[in-house]
Design a protein around this ligand. Structure first.
Ligand code: ADP
Ligand code: MG
Length: 236
């Protein structure tokens, strides 16, 4: 069974009293262990699709089956639980709490899951080790570079051991070299830990790290291809 199954998804927004359809029937099936890049021009519907895949927003019509569960049938609490267990998020602007250590930032997703303080610290420290920041745990974001801040955000995204990591333009605020380092980290998490990655980018050099590339245009998927030239991993 597919991990992600999106069937003929449509999304409309109400604007100025008028219903505007933004996504016009998007279908997508993804298995565990995939690394997918969603590309396309600004406004083509990438973030809207990712928000629905991440259970942050709901489609106007169509079906979304996440790990065998019809997302539409879940109530608010169930949805929050599924999201917490299944999905980690990474954002363009890192979205870290300032004046709060890297460790405390990474502990955030566990605050409401009943994990005790000691165990929270242990898991957060382990996640920071997994992203190569073992020596920066006590640093506030203001004392970290952009690339290090994004590593903290990635640690926060994987700390619950969710099988899926979703990232919307995760390298959008980073220079080319740092972007490459962050993409290498995503590749490592995908290859070594089997984390399923779905990432939005409008840069071909970033998408080149994925194993599968989707192109969006005007609210539809116009192509969905394996990436023959995926760098790193076994293709290198
Ligand atoms: P992308 O991420 O590919 O740049 P988005 O998914 O953010 O595109 O947006 C697709 C279209 O939907 C755009 O035209 C955008 O203005 C519109 N849109 C996105 N979110 C909303 C919203 N909450 N209300 C109204 N329109 C929206
Ligand atoms: Mg976007």
């Amino acid at each position: 069974m597919a991990l992600i199954e999106l069937l003929d998804m449509r999304k409309s927004f109400r604007m100025g009293g008028k219903e505007m359809e933004i996504l016009h029937g998007v279908s997508l099936s993804a298995e565990r262990g995939e690394f997918i890049a969603m590309m396309g021009p600004s406004g083509s519907g990438k973030s809207t699709t990712m928000n629905i895949l991440g259970c942050l927003d709901t489609p106007t019509s169509g079906k979304y089956i996440l790990d065998g569960r019809d997302v539409d049938s879940l109530d608010g609490d169930e949805l929050a639980t599924v999201r917490n267990v299944m999905i980690g998020f990474v954002f363009q602007g890192f979205n870290l709490l300032q004046r709060t250590s890297a460790l405390a930032n990474v502990e955030m997703p566990m605050l409401y899951s009943g994990v005790g303080a000691r165990e929270r610290r242990r898991r957060a420290a382990e996640a920071l080790e997994r992203v190569g920041l073992a020596d920066r745990m006590d640093h506030d974001p203001s004392r970290l570079s952009g690339g290090q801040q994004q590593r903290v955000a990635i640690a926060r995204g994987i700390v619950n051991k969710a099988p899926i990591l979703m990232a919307d333009e995760p390298t959008g605020n980073l220079d080319t070299r740092t972007s490459e380092e962050i993409m290498a980290l995503f590749q490592e998490l995908n290859a070594k830990e089997g984390i399923t990655i779905v990432l939005v980018t409008h840069e071909a050099s970033v998408a080149a790290h994925a194993k599968r590339i989707l192109h969006f245009r005007d609210g539809v998927i116009t192509s969905d291809e394996p990436n023959a030239i995926a760098r790193g991993g076994d293709a290198a």
